[in-house]
Design a protein around this ligand. Structure first.
Ligand code: 13P
Length: 251
């Protein structure tokens, strides 16, 4: 049995005081509950240290939203894996569709980042997903497979145990249009079968595959009841303690 993982991608939201407020509210809700899932929050870089201090004494874990693959150097504006580690980060979201589209990140660049994250002891949340045009052209499977094969190039079976895959159809992100549980399950199962081909049935069976894209309290339970959906990567609904906690409860 794979334990479900619910992660909140805060994107570019929340300053320091808002960070403390949101985490305090979430902690208060989680406090008395025996949860059946793991919970991760991924605030912006500037909030990581504060978030790390604020989650202390709770089950909440910390992740960041991006990093660069070099150790250090003249890379103005970039953040390294060891810098993230020093803030208390355990996870890092890599290859998010907003990074791919707005910041032109390629599968090759994402692969370098995944390798560096693993070598530094960070666990990648590796995002993949097709655009609306790609879905309408009927090439969803091909797109997702290319992202997986190139993004995970030269990653060992051992290291696969430290990776979470997040399937986020781009057309469902921030649009209120969720993939139906069947649509999501179909792609999740394609991903798991591909991992079985590339690695082994065991590696595929242990892999946590999250769904992301307009996950809300009212659709979370149905999505999370699918056999290959092992959690959620939540955007908008993670910015309020009430709605994020409702999704955690659904898991
Ligand atoms: P929304 O939940 O706002 O659609 O965002 C999903 C997402 O991009 C999480 O990484």
């Amino acid at each position: 049995m794979r334990r479900k993982i619910i992660a909140g991608n805060w994107k570019m939201f929340n300053n320091l005081s808002e960070t403390v407020k949101l985490i305090d509210e979430l902690k208060a809700k989680i406090n008395n509950e025996a949860l059946n899932c793991d919970v991760i929050v991924c605030p912006p870089f500037t909030s990581l240290e504060t978030a790390d201090r604020t989650i202390k004494g709770s089950v909440i874990k910390l992740g960041s939203q991006n990093m660069y693959f070099e150790e250090n150097g003249a890379y103005t504006g970039e953040i390294s894996a060891s810098m993230l580690k020093s803030t208390g980060c355990e996870f890092v979201i890599l290859g998010h569709s907003e990074r791919r589209t707005i910041f032109k990140e390629s599968n090759e660049l994402i692969n370098k980042k995944i390798k560096k994250a693993l070598a530094s002891g960070l666990k990648p949340i590796f995002c993949i997903g097709e655009t609306l045009q790609e879905r309408e052209e009927g090439i969803t499977e091909k797109v997702v497979k290319t992202q997986v094969v190139n993004g995970l190039k030269d990653i060992s079976a051992d290291d696969m145990g430290k990776i979470i895959v997040a399937y986020e159809p781009v057309w469902a992100i921030g649009t209120g249009k969720t993939a139906t549980p069947d649509q999501a399950q179909e792609v999740h199962s394609v991903i798991r079968n591909l991992i079985a081909e590339l690695y082994s049935k065991e590696v595929a069976g242990n892999l946590v595959i999250q769904y992301g894209g307009s996950v809300k309290p009212d659709n979370a339970a149905q999505l999370l009841s699918q056999p290959d959906i092992d959690g959620a990567l939540v955007g908008g609904a993670c910015l309020k303690a009430d709605s994020f906690f409702a999704i955690i409860k659904a898991a």
